[in-house]
Design a protein around this ligand. Structure first.
Ligand code: UDP
Ligand code: MG
Length: 343
């Protein structure tokens, strides 16, 4: 049996929102007269969220859940949902009711008009701090400016996607998930509907500034090499200036013979070059750390239990253990290989 609509909901400490969200989602899905499933991903919540989700699952068989072994982050929670949904259309929605479920029928209808992705674009965001709005606005503009793909501005992950998009997403192995960028990159026909973003219904944001900065850097490094090129360009500019200064210094010393032990200029030059070098190394480090994360190829997330059929119920540990053992085996092979080379 096929499912028409799957709805992915990442959950991190949302105990005050889950029941209300479920009721609104259920009303919408039933109103649309489509077969549906809800996939709740509990991303290591420290509150009562998991118990509430399990209660819903016991009452309603369309409620599926995946429980993570710890907090892996919003994008990874959504990725786990993408890996497990069955629907021909898939919605990603936040649990805090900032994204109104009632917009889904409009998005669904638009998709049926021949689009593969319909995202929801925020006209206005209520109840968020000025700093958050400003940084978000700046970020989307900068990202749009320095990437070659068309990442829509002022859009979160609230969207509906056709199964073809979901299938491609499952094939994209990168560890740094910046889903809205990946989805734009996939292409096909994409469009949007506009809405006013509500205030968070209850609870607090799970996105700390630390998580936001990480997310922004993931977005930039996944979709742009401009920062790397900036390092090169800065290197050339600084080297050019330095060359001129060297010529002048030689001229002053040997031809004009008019020189003072120039502590000021010396220190300025040292500081300046030191600064540029640090920036450059930092940028390279950002990319290298992501390269190494991808080379390590760890599983993106670890499930501790789930009620999704075909998945091992509880005891997914053995699964993860099995994978880990495999990794160890590979590492040992490499070590042995290197040793045999040296000996
Ligand atoms: N979330 C998550 N893991 C995290 C942080 C957030 O699964 O580490 C979920 C959260 O429960 C919500 C969605 O991601 O459903 C968006 O988070 P939030 O509302 O805190 O972000 P904001 O809207 O403030 O950007
Ligand atoms: Mg929110």
């Amino acid at each position: 049996m096929t499912t028409d609509l799957s709805i992915i909901v990442p959950i991190y400490n949302e105990q005050e929102n889950i029941n209300k969200l479920y009721l609104r989602l259920k009303a919408v899905a039933e109103g649309m007269k489509v077969s549906h499933e809800f996939v709740f991903i509990n991303d290591g919540s420290r509150d009562n969220s998991l118990a509430l989700i399990k209660e819903l699952a016991a009452k309603d068989s369309s409620v599926k859940y995946i429980n993570f072994s710890r907090n892996f982050g919003h994008q990874i929670a959504v990725t786990a949902g993408i890996d497990h949904v069955k629907g021909n259309a898939v919605v990603i929605i936040d649990a805090d009711l900032q994204d109104p479920p009632e917009l889904i029928p409009e998005m669904y209808a638009k998709m049926k008009d021949g689009f593969q992705v319909v995202y929801a674009r925020r006209r206005r965001r209520a109840g968020e701090s000025l700093l958050k709005k400003f940084t978000a606005k700046m970020f989307y503009r900068i990202l749009a400016g320095i990437t070659s793909i068309d990442i829509p501005v002022d859009t979160g992950d609230f969207r509906i996607m056709d199964k073809v998009i979901v299938d491609v997403l499952r094939e994209m192995p990168e560890q740094q998930k910046f889903l809205r960028g990946q989805i734009s990159w996939i292409g096909f026909k994409q469009t949007y509907v506009e809405y006013d973003r509500d205030e968070r219904h209850a609870g607090e944001t799970g996105y700390t500034y630390k998580k936001m900065i990480r997310f922004a850097l993931d977005g930039i490094t996944s979709f742009s090499n401009l920062p790397l090129k900036f390092a090169t360009i800065a290197g050339f500019v600084v080297s050019g200036i330095t060359f001129l200064v060297i010529l002048y210094a030689l001229y002053a010393r040997f031809i004009a013979k008019d020189y003072v032990p120039g502590w000021t200029s010396l220190i300025l030059a040292v500081l300046f070059i030191g600064g540029v070098q640090l920036i450059t190394i930092g940028i390279i480090g950002e990319y290298i750390s992501r390269l190494s994360a991808n080379v390590r190829n760890r599983p993106l997330y670890i499930k501790s239990d789930t009620n999704i059929e075909g998945e091992i119920n509880t005891k997914c540990f053995t699964d993860a253990e099995g994978e880990l053992q495999e990794f160890n085996a590979i590492e040992e092979d490499v070590v042995e290989g290197v040793l045999s080379f040296l000996v």
